[in-house]
Every structure is written in structure tokens, then in C-alpha cells.
Design a protein around this ligand. Structure first.
Ligand code: FAD
Length: 378
């Protein structure tokens, strides 16, 4: 009986398990967290309370694997958002054009999305779940043969590591051929809100220029008529706790009153969350043929463009192939480059090119639509 192991039961791991269940007799998903599949924030994914968008390409992959999942999300109260028409996206030069586009996605909290995927995956009879921390990999004559867990081990013919950005570097060390790392020093502060008054947009972005602005922000509608608001700041690590009053005064500092405006009538319905992400990385591995490393363990991006989950799903959809498709690798490099551009000071020529591009996107639907397509990996 053929057996595959997936390490990590986050969004990428769950989707991977579903893809592998068509090829292997049995698939075991191992996660350290007892709460996988819950629609509540969980400790294994400490950034899960923060705003997470899934992009068009991500929905296409989900719909291919789990037909009807988008309708199900819609019926469960997740708003549908047109990224041009329903989105007020501003930066220091003004705002992007608003028009009806083909780029529409559903909007929800990350735990809710994970719970919907878990529901589908757990219905597959040959997928099993095991709670435990993977402590090592067993490799014999350049073949993966099993994983070590605290009270023993589990053998398998194939393994995919989808353990997220903080997966043990000690375990990965022998496989890393090349690693790019970039400091981003990014803080997310997020509030879960009720009572946000309806506006002429559904979601709003203020895209920060880290050189001359201190705070940016995003407001996003989610299930149950709630909203997530995230304030974004580059720089030193923050204090871990913050009150709603402090959050409101930081929101005042986002240009154009883009975030403060919404907070007038809103009430927080959970404690505020703070997350500091110091680095992003892009790794190249030299791996045995029956071992793959995907998702954030492979590439961890600057989250401001919301591309990590979608990229991870693109890896998962490719998992039956021996090598990740070069087109996916190209998207990966572009996403890494974009995240780097957004997070720090560059030479004046790079900066001028970037400013020109933002202005073009602002003035022309054509350029704006190309930007959206690039963003959504289409
Ligand atoms: C603040 C923030 C905001 C973000 N916003 C967005 C966004 O808007 N859109 C977007 O697409 N992406 C966003 N991302 C990126 C996104 O969160 C990641 O790309 C995504 O979580 C990667 O999924 P994953 O399944 O690879 O890893 P994770 O979701 O991190 O899951 C890893 C799983 O592995 C388990 N695990 C780890 N180590 C072990 C071990 N040794 N043994 C057993 N289990 C283990 C963990 O418990 C966890 O369940 C954001 C990231 C951050 C930090």
C-alpha cells in the first residue's frame, strides 16, 4: 500500500493532501497543532488572525479540486469583491481606477477559509490526520523513508513539507542549496470589527511608501458582516500589546484618513493582534526524488501583496510533477522582487521607475488591469 506524508496541515498542506490522495493509497497529514481545521485562530499559525486575501489564481485551484467551493463560501456569507470596481486602492499619488473587471474574489478570514478546506479534505477516506511535531526526516541512500515524531516514527514512500515559514531550519539544513533572505521588518496590527458603515467601496487599501510614509492600511470585509482592518508599518519590532484607542490613533496617521474614517462607528469584537515579520526568504533545495518542500517553507514573501497562500496552492497543484513548473518559479521570483521593492529604500533610478509605474496604473485602466493580473498570478 503506497503511503504519503504531508508535514503541516495549514492551507497548503491540506490542499497538497487532497492532490496526493488521488495518487497514493493513504495520505497522513501531520501537524503539531490540535486545532487544525478550526475556524478560530490557532497557535500553529500565529499570523492567522491577520488579514489574508486569497487571489484569483488561488480560487481557480480550489475550485478545480473542490468543485462548488466558491458558491459555498458565498452562501456562508463571504462577500464577493471586484478588485477594480469594489476596491478603493490609494497611494501617495492618488487612487487606482474603478471599473467593472473580471478579477473578483471572495473575502473571508483565514481560519474560516482553512476550516472550509479542511471540511472537504477530511471527507476523503484515504486522508488521515496525526497530531505531533516532526523532529527529523529519515533519509536512506538518498531516498526519504519516514519521519521522526516524539514517540517513534512513521514510514512512508513520499513526503511533502508544508510546515510554513518557521519550519525547523535544523531539519532543512542538509537540503538547502541556496537561500536568499531579505529583511523587511514589517509589523501588522489587526482589529476584527463590527459596525463598519457601508461605503461606496467594499475593500480599501492605502499602500505605504516606506521611505516617506509611516503607516498604511487595509480594510477588508469578511464572513458574518465583519471586517478586518490591518495597519502596516515598516521598522523596529513593536510592543506586542496595543489597546483599541492606540490603534485608532495610529489609524489617524494613515494618509487621507483612509482607515480612521471607517473606525468612527466600528467596535472591536476580539483583542487586537500584532505580528512582526522580520524577513522574507526564497530557497532552492537539493532533494531526494520522493521529497518536496513547498509553501512558505520554500518561499516566504512580504505579505503586503497577499500572495503567499496562492503561491503555496500553485505549488500544491503541481505536486504530482517531479519539479515545480518554471512558470510557477517565474511568478515566485516576481513576487519576491515585488515584496522587496515595497519594503525598503532603493537606488533613485529604481525608485523613479516604480513611481512611474504606480502613476501609469493610476491613469490607465490598461496598466492597472495588467497590474491586477500580475498580482493575482493570472
Ligand atoms: C501577517 C501576515 C499576513 C499575511 N497575509 C497574507 C494574505 O493576505 N494573503 C496570502 O495569500 N498570504 C498571506 N500571508 C502569507 C500566508 O500566511 C502564508 O503564505 C501561508 O500561511 C503559507 O501556508 P503554509 O501552509 O505553507 O504554512 P502555514 O499556514 O504556516 O502552516 C504550517 C503548518 O505546519 C505546522 N508545522 C510547522 N512545523 C511543524 C512540525 N515540525 N511538525 C508538525 N507540524 C508543523 C504548523 O502547525 C502549521 O499548521 C501572510 C503572512 C503574514 C505573516
Amino acid at each position: 500500500m503506497s503511503h504519503a506524508i504531508v508535514i503541516g496541515g495549514g492551507i497548503v498542506g491540506l490542499v497538497t493532501a487532497s492532490v496526493l490522495s488521488k495518487k497514493f493509497d493513504r495520505v497522513t497529514v501531520i501537524d503539531q497543532d490540535s486545532m487544525i481545521g478550526s475556524d478560530e485562530p490557532r497557535t500553529g499559525v500565529p499570523h492567522g488572525q491577520h488579514l489574508h486575501v486569497l487571489l484569483s489564481r488561488g480560487f481557480q485551484i480550489l475550485e478545480d479540486l473542490f468543485p462548488g467551493v466558491s458558491d459555498e463560501l458565498y452562501r456562508s456569507g463571504c462577500p464577493r469583491v471586484d478588485w477594480a470596481l469594489d476596491t478603493l486602492w490609494e497611494n501617495r499619488f492618488g487612487s487606482f481606477p474603478r471599473y467593472e473587471s473580471k478579477i473578483k474574489t471572495w473575502s473571508m478570514s483565514r481560519p474560516f477559509l482553512e476550516s472550509r478546506i479542511f471540511l472537504r479534505v477530511s471527507q476523503k477516506k484515504n486522508i488521515h490526520f496525526h497530531q505531533g511535531v516532526v523532529t527529523n526526516l529519515e533519509i536512506l541512500e538518498n531516498r526519504f523513508v519516514g519521519v521522526g515524531i516524539p514517540k517513534g516514527g512513521i514510514e512512508a514512500d513520499y513526503c511533502v513539507i508544508a510546515g510554513g515559514q518557521n519550519f525547523s531550519k535544523r531539519i532543512l539544513k542538509e537540503f538547502i542549496q541556496n537561500e536568499k533572505e531579505q529583511n523587511i521588518r514589517l509589523t501588522y496590527r489587526t482589529a476584527l470589527l463590527e459596525g463598519v458603515l457601508k461605503k461606496e467601496y467594499k475593500q480599501r487599501y492605502y499602500q505605504i511608501d516606506p521611505i516617506c510614509e509611516k503607516y498604511g492600511g487595509v480594510l477588508m470585509p469578511i464572513e458574518k458582516n465583519r471586517y478586518l482592518m490591518t495597519l502596516v508599518e515598516y521598522g523596529d519590532p513593536p510592543r506586542p500589546k496595543i489597546s483599541f484607542e492606540e490603534f485608532k490613533s495610529l489609524a489617524e496617521q494613515v494618509p487621507n484618513q483612509a482607515m480612521a474614517d471607517t473606525l468612527k462607528h466600528a467596535v472591536p469584537v476580539a483583542p487586537l493582534s500584532v505580528y512582526y515579520k522580520q524577513k522574507m526568504h526564497l530557497r532552492k533545495f537539493k532533494l531526494p526524488l520522493n521529497l518536496q518542500i513547498i509553501g512558505d517553507t520554500h518561499v516566504s514573501l512580504n505579505p503586503v501583496f497577499g500572495q503567499g497562500m496562492t503561491l503555496g496552492l500553485m505549488h500544491a497543484a503541481e505536486i504530482n510533477k517531479q519539479k515545480i513548473d518554471p512558470v510557477v518559479s517565474k511568478f515566485e521570483r516576481a513576487a519576491y522582487f515585488m515584496g522587496d521593492l515595497a519594503s525598503r529604500k532603493h537606488s533613485s533610478s529604481v525608485k523613479s521607475a516604480l513611481d512611474l509605474y504606480l502613476r501609469l496604473c493610476q491613469r490607465s485602466k490598461f496598466f492597472h488591469y495588467q497590474f491586477l493580473k500580475e498580482l493575482h498570478f493570472l
